[in-house]
Design a protein around this ligand. Structure first.
Ligand SMILES: NC(=O)c1ccc[n+]([C@@H]2O[C@H](COP(=O)([O-])OP(=O)(O)OC[C@H]3O[C@@H](n4cnc5c(N)ncnc54)[C@H](O)[C@@H]3O)[C@@H](O)[C@H]2O)c1
Ligand SMILES: [Zn+2]
Length: 351
């Protein structure tokens, strides 16, 4: 793992340190490759032997059929068992390319170069790869650790503002679930962060990576501690699927999910009203979230039961006990849940 501004320039050396390879294939999207391809290929010292395989990076392209096309291209260019796949892009590229790397020839070396905030602080870390089915998101995949991750916050410069903001809600998630100090930093420095000033951004990105790496290393196959990372996601995934993945970016749905989690934790007396209000205020300071369309509480609940992390249809919520600490709640009364859901779009009452 290498994380620093300018890390791209070191990537060639880091690649060589991994040992000999018979060929390098860059997997990216046309958009990302156009913006950053030449800088990355140069940084990697990729000579004539390097090949590029481009594919669309919309969520709709995150399918088995895209993986098949990629693998066929890899076969056509003759990437062999000792070849290296370098994934360059956001979470979609990382997940798809990661799954291709895990399965092509039963696994070839993978390097991740994440180019969105979500990918830098979240999806490129932890080894989860995969694609969607029409039946649901990320239903097919593999745990596959990259040999190297190169994180350069400078790559975020070209990211559309909405995408950047969406990543900030995930950063807030880390702060609420495990890092009070990060939470306070965000409270004090949100403006700088929104302007992508390196004094804020370059502090936050490695901090989130370290948090995720620490949680994942205790629980690679996702049975215990890793569940904490699901904070805000039970609500968030339901909101994404109820709005057919069109209205909200993932991080934005998580932003709403964090608000719901804070209110629910307050309602069951896990969290003080002061801390719940701070969480909500921090989310709002990262930018106003689009309103939630009218969704009846029973529909919400049915969608949450369908989440792949619900166990046997039982609802479990990761909820804050205080800022920086979460726990799993299993028996939230449905009445309380419904009242939170039906009022979620309304501003918090003043305390
Ligand atoms: N594997 C995991 O642990 C994990 C964790 C979180 C999210 N995910 C997955 O990640 C995906 C979301 O990833 P995302 O939020 O990075 O979105 P994304 O990959 O869809 O990228 C968002 C958009 O930004 C563009 N883009 C990327 N980098 C850019 C740059 N530097 N400059 C300009 N434009 C750029 C892309 O072309 C795309 O249009 C989802 O599919 C989600 O399931 C996976
Ligand atoms: Zn997420």
């Amino acid at each position: 793992m290498e994380c620093e501004r300018g890390a791209l320039r070191l990537s060639g050396e880091l690649l060589r340190e991994l040992g000999a390879t018979t060929g390098v294939a860059f997997l990216s999207s046309p958009r990302v490759w156009k913006l950053w391809g030449s800088a990355i290929a140069r940084g990697m010292g990729a000579g004539r032997g390097a090949r590029t395989v481009l594919f669309a990076d919309g969520e709709a392209a995150k399918t088995i059929s895209t993986v098949e096309k990629i693998c066929r291209r890899l076969a056509a260019i003759g990437l062999d068992r000792r070849g290296t796949i370098v994934a360059v892009g956001g979470g979609v590229v990382g997940d798809v390319a990661g799954f291709a790397a895990a399965t092509y020839l039963r696994g070839v070396r993978l390097v991740q170069i994440p180019t969105t905030l979500v990918a830098q602080v979240d999806s490129a870390i932890g080894g989860k790869t995969g694609v969607n089915l029409p039946e649901g998101k990320n239903l097919v995949g593999a745990f596959y650790q990259p040999a190297l991750v190169v994180v350069d916050p400078g790559l975020l410069r070209t990211l559309p503002a909405r995408q950047f903001h969406s990543g900030i809600y995930e950063v807030v998630k880390y702060a609420v679930l495990a890092d009070r100090h990060l939470f306070e930093f965000l409270e004090n420095r949100m403006e700088e962060l929104l302007r992508q000033e390196s004094s804020a951004l370059d502090w936050i990105v490695p901090r989130c990576i370290a948090l995720k790496a620490q949680i994942v290393s205790r629980d690679e196959r996702e049975s215990g501690p890793r569940e904490a990372l699901n904070l805000g996601h039970t609500f968030g995934h339901a909101l994404e699927s109820l709005t057919r993945y069109r209205r909200f970016l993932h991080g934005e749905a998580v932003g709403w999910g964090l608000i719901a989690a804070a209110r629910l934790a307050e309602a069951i007396n896990w969290l003080t009203a002061v801390d719940a209000a701070r969480i909500e205020a921090l989310i709002c300071s990262a930018g106003a979230l689009r309103p939630i369309p009218r969704i009846s509480p029973p529909k919400w609940i049915a969608a949450m039961r369908g989440d792949k992390k619900a166990r046997g249809g039982r609802l479990r919520f990761i909820l804050p006990r205080q800022i920086g600490e979460v726990r799993c709640a299993e028996n939230v009364p449905e009445r309380v849940l419904k009242s939170i859901l039906s009022g979620l779009d309304r501003p918090r009452r003043a305390n």
